[in-house]
Design a protein around this ligand. Structure first.
Ligand SMILES: Nc1ncnc2c1ncn2[C@@H]1O[C@H](COP(=O)(O)OP(=O)(O)OP(=O)(O)O)[C@@H](O)[C@H]1O
Ligand SMILES: [Mg+2]
Length: 255
């Protein structure tokens, strides 16, 4: 499969607030190489979700453009899947059908799409839960369903908006290490949004730190940890601790 990178060229975006425009993004210029895992880290309200929606084609920028594989993004497309913080599952259908849903929309026949869905349900470690409904699952499990659904359509680019924000720390750590393994296996281009410096360092090849509104990139940080990464090897390492400390220094300056 062709691998695609993502380029943001001079993206700016304002929203109306009480009748006057508030600038959320100011001249954002970022390049994500094909197969690279990048994170955006920044204070609440700096425009991370807005950026992801613009890349996903769900929102139009006021200025600038998003380029994927030499083409300008004008809307959502099969090259990109989004994993939202709030899972966005269909409550009235079971796990199997939720995971197969994107394939169903694309007209993939039932037998084939269910086979693909079962493969991804296994990859996110939910085998045995195929016929459970979302409200019968914990938040962490629902997020795994969201990830399986996003991967099942085999997008070149995976966009993730704080996927672990609503789960407890233990679940979060397990999920992080599973995501790291999945990335190693699939080598997708990933754009990942997080508030967590540790999470960003553990998962990413590069981290973009954004300033508070209007959001600009104030730092591009390259993570030099070797891959594949296992939590035990990484979290105790000097490079990990120093990277987190460095990012904290940058974020503290922004306060
Ligand atoms: N549709 C909208 N209409 C008006 N204002 C909006 C809209 N979407 C976002 N905003 C504003 O734009 C700013 C950036 O929002 P955004 O959701 O991108 O931030 P964020 O970095 O994802 O924050 P968080 O870390 O809290 O998720 C916020 O001030 C928000 O209130
Ligand atoms: Mg957000």
């Amino acid at each position: 499969m062709e691998r695609l990178g993502v380029e943001l060229h001079h993206i700016s975006k304002s929203f109306e607030k009480d009748g006057s425009p508030v600038q959320v993004l100011d001249n954002l210029d970022v390049r994500n190489e094909a197969g690279e895992f990048v994170s955006f880290l920044g204070p609440s309200g700096c425009g991370k979700t807005t950026t992801l929606k613009i890349i996903g084609g769900l929102l139009e920028p006021d200025g600038g453009e998003v380029i994927i594989g030499n083409k300008r993004v004008t809307g959502p497309g099969p090259d990109r899947s989004i994993v939202f913080q709030d899972y966005a599952l269909l409550p009235w259908v079971d796990v199997l059908r939720n995971v197969a849903f994107g394939l169903e929309l694309r007209g993939v026949p039932k037998g084939e799409r269910e086979e693909i869905a079962r493969t991804y349900i296994q990859k996110v470690k939910l085998s045995g839960f195929e016929h459970h409904y979302p409200n019968e699952l914990s938040g962490g499990m629902q997020q795994r369903v969201g990830l399986a659904r996003a991967l099942a359509v085999n997008p070149q680019i995976l966009l993730m908006d704080e996927p672990f924000a609503s789960v407890d720390e233990q679940t979060r750590r397990l999920f992080q290490s599973d995501l790291s393994d999945l990335w190693q296996e699939e080598q997708k281009t990933v754009i990942f949004i997080t508030h967590s410096m540790e999470e960003a360092v553990y998962l990413s090849d590069r981290i973009f730190v954004m300033s508070a509104r209007p959001g600009r990139i104030v730092e591009e940080f390259v993570v030099h940890l070797p891959r594949p990464r296992t939590a035990q090897d990484i979290r105790g390492s000097k490079e990990f601790t120093e990277s987190v400390e460095h990012l904290w220094g940058v974020l503290r300056e922004l306060q």
